[in-house]
Ligand binder design. Structure first.
Ligand code: 0O2
Length: 246
């Protein structure tokens, strides 16, 4: 069920990239090999640990949803979760956000101010399952809700709908317990289908402005149709559940 789009190598690739840069920079300053190796070690290990913390936090959150999915399937009709997609934000996107938010370029500032370095997207068939799963996650005593944005009740002007939770979850390392932030996005299959297409349009640079305007409007219409589809499918499902109770 889980599609983990985080390759597991991001942190190493990012740290390697930094090591190459650092080595090049140091060579220009005539550092000797040992000094370069020391600096590389000092730079790489905190960066690797930084990314590893987010990977571990994703494991924790994914496991919580898998457990809920299993338990719900015993109570209700079928599994509420269709799929889970997780990722750790890549180094380039983090740096772009650092620049956009004008943050100091330190791991501490990034950790403090960027909430979506770890992202878990939970895709359900029905809207009611989204709220049921969110409620169950938030009532767990090791989860702290930092921020909630309900773009299902209040969709974005683009038509975007999803329930966003920024939570903090503890991870247990060799000698310490650390609270790590994770952005959880819960959405239906229809919301996810819409968001993927809209995301593609957002990053297309070669569409003429008048066509872009038309496609944006078309997507707003599609979002409304998709919201109505979600609601009608939910009604049919509720009817089926009610009639199987009788
Ligand atoms: P990616 O590549 O998906 O990670 P902040 O996160 O603080 O910068 P804000 O306003 O708190 O900004 O975040 P928001 O808008 O609540 O949620 C941001 C994420 O939600 C985005 O991440 C998208 O994944 C998704 N999202 C929000 N609005 C839209 C939208 O209109 N269309 C689509 N397709 N997705 C949306 P990123 O960082 O943009 O990208």
């Amino acid at each position: 069920m889980t599609e983990n789009i985080f390759s597991g190598n991001n942190s190493i690739q990012d740290a390697d990239k930094m090591a190459v840069e650092l080595a090049r920079f140091s060579q220009n300053l005539n550092f000797n090999e040992e000094q370069i190796l020391d600096m590389v070690q000092e730079t790489i290990i905190p960066v690797e640990q930084f990314f590893a913390n987010y990977t571990c936090a994703i494991y924790e959150i994914e496991t919580k949803f898998k457990v809920l999915n299993e338990q719900f399937s015993l109570i209700y009709d079928g599994n509420p979760i269709e799929s889970i997609k997780s990722r750790v934000k890549d180094y380039d996107s983090i740096i772009r956000k650092v620049i956009k938010k004008n943050l100091p370029r330190t791991l501490e500032a990034i950790e403090e101010n960027i909430n979506d370095i770890a992202g878990v997207r939970v895709i359900c068939a029905f809207e009611e399952d989204i709220y049921r799963l969110a409620k169950c996650l938030l009532q767990q005593d090791d989860i702290t809700l930092i921020r909630q944005k309900d773009y299902i009740k209040d969709p974005k002007p683009s038509g975007y709908r999803s329930l966003h939770l920024i939570v903090s979850v503890p991870i247990f390392l060799e000698n310490e317990k650390k609270d790590v932030k994770v952005e959880v996005q819960l959405r239906t299959i229809a919301m996810d289908f819409w968001a993927s297409l809209e995301h593609k349009l957002k990053y297309k640079k070669n569409i003429p402005p008048d066509k872009m305007k038309m496609l944006t409007k078309e997507l707003i219409d599609c979002a409304n149709i998709s919201a109505s589809l979600d609601s009608r499918m939910q009604n049919v499902r509720n009817y089926i559940l009610k009639s199987s109770d009788q």
